[in-house]
Design a binder for this molecule. Structure first.
Ligand SMILES: O=C(O)CCC(=O)C(=O)O
Length: 242
């Protein structure tokens, strides 16, 4: 039987598109995970004047081969965490009918404070990336699920979400903002700021309307993994010429 807290999480996810689990990691777990993620950030910052400095985040898995070459144990810890039963349990039951129930890990990122300047991110649904046609995107939003799972390794109140937007299409104002010329406006109606304390976890629907603002201070160290539930498309290869 589902525990009442699991039921509460699912209800919150269905209604608002996100839920928060307070104190998901204790101080020792959080410190160990932060040490592992910092290995990649220190490496990225040393290699680049952009990545890790003026980017919102670095990728922990797709750049892992280089970022962790001096400390492969750090990569093992991160990969173990984002694939752990404890994390997957939080994602259980979030898919739609017709989708797989098992989440497929797409990547893991590390959101960091800025080193050069403060800036405001664009409002978006992750579903819009690679979808120039809003009607095609609308069908993706209506039929599939992708989620971010994150843990703040230091206090983090940078993320803003429009609650409930995962379960409906945009209002005319929302569509104008996220596909228009003023995407970083502070004037998104009904947006809520998600304040996580160090150790808190949050799951949010990747198709929700959301954004973050990026600052030099305070320190931002949030690990975020992205998972999809949709069945992977089967790629049709052309048959070899006879
Ligand atoms: O927390 C953030 O910096 C924003 C996350 C975000 O917009 C995304 O990953 O799509």
């Amino acid at each position: 039987m589902m525990s009442s807290s699991a039921r509460d999480r699912m209800d919150a996810f269905r209604a608002h598109g996100f839920f928060v689990v307070r104190a998901f990691l204790d101080d020792a777990e959080r410190a160990a995970l932060r040490r592992a993620c910092d290995v990649a950030l220190v490496d990225a910052r040393a290699r680049s004047v952009e990545t890790g400095h003026s980017t919102p985040r670095i990728s922990l898995l797709t750049d892992g081969a280089t970022c962790f070459q001096d400390d492969p144990r750090a990569l093992e810890r991160i990969a173990g965490f984002v694939g752990s039963g404890r994390v997957c349990e939080l994602l259980s039951g979030l898919s739609r009918p017709g989708e797989e129930d098992t989440p497929r890990l797409k990547d893991a990122h590390y959101y960091h404070e800025q080193t050069r300047r403060d800036w405001d991110g664009d409002w978006h649904r992750d579903s819009q990336f690679g979808q120039p046609d809003p009607e095609v995107e609308r069908a993706v939003v209506a039929t599939t699920t992708a989620v971010h799972f994150r843990v703040a390794l230091e206090d983090d109140d940078r993320l803003e979400i429009v609650p409930g937007s995962h379960a409906r299409w945009d209002t005319p104002d929302e569509l104008r903002i996220r596909r228009g010329a003023d995407r970083a406006t502070p004037d998104m109606q009904d947006a809520a700021r998600l304040a996580l304390r160090a150790g808190d976890a949050c799951v949010f629907h990747a198709w929700s309307i959301h954004r973050a603002t990026y600052r030099r201070a305070p320190l931002r160290r949030t690990i975020d993994a992205l998972y999809a539930f949709a069945r992977p498309a089967v790629r049709q290869w052309p048959s070899p010429a006879a």
